[in-house]
Structure formats: structure tokens, C-alpha cells
Ligand binder design. Structure first.
Ligand code: FES
Length: 158
């Protein structure tokens, strides 16, 4: 029935427990120092992307004037070969600009018609609204180019 070995064991057992606790405490401290047991999931992906907009842009020195707003047909656009820029007016009063260098093999886009910018080399067409590829082999949209509209003047913005 009840085993007598319970009693005698109580003494030594308690000592053992205390000693173990001490050791465990030490281990815990050391582990805390190392602190390497937690898997650092997610790490420091906090992209503290401070929008590094350079405040202070030149005062008035001015961008290159590309065109007058009246030059750009609504629902169409115009290619500026020298500046390698296409300026479009997808809807009244809304002007956009894109690189005129085709993302396929680097030809200069040639014209704007039917709401698309055309590359003559292999017939890629790009949206006048966002430069996205509408057809043809071009792999990527035409990159946007920054412009500013001052009154009725369209200028390249740095
Ligand atoms: S370079 Fe423009 S379609 Fe090929």
C-alpha cells in the first residue's frame, strides 16, 4: 500500500529542488543575455521610408518649357523627340508625360493616336493615361516623366 519510501525521500528531494532552482535561475539569466531563442520573425522590415522629397527646389530657375497646353490634343498627345518625352492629355485639363523610349528595344515612340502612344519598331502601344502596355511586345509601361503646368505652359519638372 503506501510506500514508506515517500518519507525518507522528502528531505534530500527538497535540497535537490532548491539547488536545481538556483541553477535554473542562473541559466535563465544567461539565456536572457543571449536572448537568441526567439526566432526573430519579421525582423526589422519597418521601412522607415521617409519621403525624401527635397524641399527647396530651385527658385524659379525653371524647368524646360515643352509646350503650350493648347498644343496637346485632348484624348491624345504629342511626342517631343528632342526631349524624349511624350505629353498626353487623357482628359480635359489633365496632362501626363512619359518617357518616349520604348521599353521593348529602345526605339523612340513616334506618334499618339486612338488613345495610345505608338512605337513604330514592333508596334507596341502604350496607354496615354498611365503609360501601360496596351499591345505589342513591350514588357513594361513607359515610365512617367514629371511635368508641371503653369498656366498654359507645360514644363519638364527637373
Ligand atoms: S522597340 Fe518599341 S516595340 Fe520594339
Amino acid at each position: 500500500m503506501t510506500s514508506a519510501s515517500f518519507h525518507p525521500a522528502a528531505g534530500p528531494a527538497r535540497r535537490t529542488v532548491v539547488a536545481a532552482a538556483g541553477a535554473a535561475g542562473l541559466t535563465a539569466v544567461l539565456a536572457a543575455c543571449g536572448g537568441s531563442d526567439e526566432d526573430a520573425s519579421g525582423g526589422g522590415a519597418a521601412s522607415s521610408g521617409a519621403p525624401s522629397e527635397e524641399a527647396g527646389g530651385g527658385d524659379g530657375g525653371g524647368g524646360t518649357e515643352l509646350a503650350a497646353t493648347a498644343d496637346i490634343p485632348e484624348g491624345g498627345g504629342m511626342v517631343f523627340a528632342d526631349q524624349k518625352v511624350v505629353v498626353t492629355q487623357p482628359s480635359a485639363g489633365e496632362f501626363k508625360a512619359f518617357s518616349a523610349i520604348c521599353t521593348h528595344q529602345g526605339c523612340a515612340v513616334k506618334s499618339v493616336s486612338d488613345g495610345v502612344i505608338n512605337c513604330p519598331c514592333h508596334n507596341s502601344n502604350f496607354s496615354i493615361t498611365d503609360g501601360s502596355v496596351r499591345s505589342g511586345p513591350a514588357p513594361k509601361p513607359l515610365p512617367a516623366v514629371r511635368i508641371t503646368v503653369n498656366g498654359d505652359s507645360i514644363q519638364l519638372a527637373g
